[in-house]
Structures are given as structure tokens and as C-alpha cells.
Design a protein around this ligand. Structure first.
Ligand code: C2E
Ligand code: CA
Ligand code: CA
Ligand code: CA
Length: 279
């Protein structure tokens, strides 16, 4: 038994070293990535189900790595969260998304809400309100057209302080959405306490909506509850016309997913929008 324990330990040590080594290499590259302007935002359209119009764009970060190509956020966001680098990177995302929103407005595109993902570390900082104010002021982006996506975990811990931050951000006139709704602690009390505007129903409930009756019940219930509370709903990960149709029957407000479009580089997004409005 002792030998087994020893082996288990060695196994874990080895694996942790590999992970730490890889993390270290990533971190080194990530530190310079911001200066070298290797990050890029892609935008995924959010479609209003009633009108069929694109009314929003979620900004999603990618790392244009000189050797590895386009690195998805799942590969580096956890690393930058743990290293604190998420703060300057998150600020860049916010500023870049606001800048793009104004550029599209100036180019004559239809009005769009720009949605930006927030990490817990970023949101819990004392200067988050100032960071948002600066990004809005420097870009000239309309606060009413900025939506911050927060995960349930952000709203669970350290309630008083988070409540205060949420209040102050809402006073700026921007919108707040709960991302990945249904996957967190789902203590619904925070929906009452925090003045959020929107629930983004997690893709894990949407994917099998047609085949899994439990998912259908959960999604329908979330939408009904949200409506009763005066919150908008967005379904994420919509991959087929059938699922979009079903969500429309459930009276979901907005949809987002590969069926409509993958996240696109800014220029492609503008083209996608022009083509749709022309049609
Ligand atoms: P998320 O915020 O839940 O974003 C949705 C993810 O689902 C995106 O992955 C998107 O490309 C993908 N997706 C959209 N429609 C579909 C679909 O129909 N089917 C499937 N299978 N997937 C779909 P992505 O871009 O790889 O981002 C992954 C996660 O990385 C995001 O999840 C978010 O948590 C994080 N992330 C991305 N950008 C940022 C950022 O700027 N800041 C922070 N803090 N996190 C970010
Ligand atoms: Ca999101
Ligand atoms: Ca999500
Ligand atoms: Ca997520």
C-alpha cells in the first residue's frame, strides 16, 4: 500500500511538472502578447428571435500566436486568470470592443449591443468602475450599448462588495448579463438582489433540446421565470433551425450559435451584417 501511495505521488508530481512547464511557457508568451498586439477579438452575432435582426455581438478573444496560429481562449484564459494577467488583457478587451462598436456605428452599421466577458478577478478589482468609465469615455461608445457578461460565480462570493460594484456599473447605464446560466450554484436569490438585465442560458441545456425532454423543461422554465422577473433571455449554442424554432415557441428573446454564425473577425462580421440587412 505504501509503495502504491508513493507511485501515485510520483505520478501526480510528474503530471504537475508538465502542467507547470506548459503553463510557464504559455505565460512567457502571453506576457509579451499584449505588447506585440497578438490578441484579436472575434464577434458572434446575437439575433432577436421576433424580428430576425442581429441586435448584438459578443466579443470573444483569440490569441494570434506567431507559431501556433489562432489559439482559442480555453487554452489561455485559465492561465491568465491564475497569473493576474487577466487584468490588463481584460482591460484591452473592453477598450477594443468599445472602439470596434464605435467604428461600426461610424461606418453606418445598424445599432449593436457589444457584449464583453468579464472574469471574476477583473470584476472584483477596486478600479473596475474607473476602467469601464475610461473605456467608454475614450471610445465614445454609448453605455446603453455595452453589456458585461458575468458568470454566476462572480455574484456568489463577497456579496456586499459585488452588490456595490453592480449598482455603480448599472448607474453608468450599461447592461449586465449572467453567462452560462444554470451551470453555477443557481441560488436564485441573487437574481432578486442584483439588477441584471439578461440571462444567457448555457449551451449544455440547448444542445440536446430536441431529444432530451429534461433539457426542454429546464429551458422552458428558465425562460418563464426570466420573463416573470422582467429579464431578457439569450440561448447560447444554437446549432439548428429546429432548436431556434423551439426556442421561439418557448418565447426566448435572443439566440446565438453556429446555426446563425460562428464568431467572426470584425470585418467579416460587418459583411455578415450588411448581407443580412440587404436580404
Ligand atoms: P462563453 O462566454 O460561454 O462563450 C461561448 C463559447 O461558445 C465561445 O467559445 C463560442 O465560440 C462558442 N459557441 C458559440 N456558438 C456555439 C455553437 O453553436 N456550438 C458550440 N459548440 N459552441 C458555440 P470561445 O470563443 O472558444 O470562448 C470560450 C470561453 O472563453 C468563453 O465562453 C469565455 O468563458 C472565455 N472567453 C472568451 N473571450 C473572453 C474574454 O475576452 N474575457 C474572458 N474573461 N473570457 C473570455
Ligand atoms: Ca460569454
Ligand atoms: Ca456562455
Ligand atoms: Ca463559459
Amino acid at each position: 500500500a505504501k509503495a502504491d501511495g508513493h507511485n501515485t505521488c510520483r505520478f501526480f508530481d510528474a503530471r504537475m511538472n508538465v502542467e507547470a512547464g506548459e503553463g510557464h511557457r504559455l505565460r512567457q508568451g502571453l506576457r509579451r502578447a499584449l505588447e506585440r498586439k497578438e490578441f484579436v477579438l472575434h464577434y458572434q452575432p446575437q439575433i432577436d428571435l421576433d424580428s430576425g435582426r442581429v441586435i448584438g455581438a459578443e466579443a470573444l478573444i483569440r490569441w494570434q500566436h506567431p507559431e501556433l496560429g489562432l489559439v482559442p481562449p480555453g487554452r489561455f484564459i485559465p492561465v491568465v486568470e491564475e497569473s493576474g494577467l487577466i487584468v490588463p488583457i481584460g482591460e484591452w478587451v473592453l477598450r477594443e470592443a468599445c472602439r470596434q462598436g464605435v467604428a461600426w456605428r461610424d461606418a453606418g452599421l445598424p445599432e449593436l449591443v457589444i457584449a464583453v466577458n468579464m472574469s471574476a478577478t477583473q470584476f472584483r478589482r477596486d478600479d473596475i468602475e474607473q476602467t469601464v468609465i475610461r473605456a467608454l469615455a475614450d471610445s465614445g461608445h454609448d453605455p446603453a450599448l455595452l453589456e458585461l457578461e458575468l458568470t454566476e460565480s462572480i455574484l456568489i462570493g463577497d456579496t456586499e462588495r459585488v452588490l456595490d460594484t453592480v449598482r455603480r456599473l448599472k448607474l453608468l447605464g450599461l447592461k449586465l448579463a449572467i453567462d452560462d446560466f444554470g451551470t453555477g450554484y443557481s441560488s436564485f436569490s441573487y437574481l432578486k438582489r442584483f439588477a441584471v438585465d439578461k440571462l444567457k442560458i448555457d449551451q449544455s441545456f440547448i444542445r440536446d433540446l430536441q431529444s432530451d425532454p429534461d433539457d426542454a423543461v429546464i429551458v422552458r422554465t428558465i425562460i418563464q421565470m426570466a420573463r416573470s422577473l422582467g429579464l431578457r433571455t439569450v440561448a447560447e449554442g444554437v446549432e439548428s433551425a429546429e432548436i431556434a424554432q423551439r426556442l421561439s415557441v418557448f418565447r426566448c428573446d435572443e439566440v446565438q450559435g453556429y446555426y446563425f454564425s460562428r464568431p467572426l473577425p470584425a470585418d467579416d462580421f460587418a459583411q455578415f451584417l450588411s448581407a443580412r440587412s440587404a436580404a
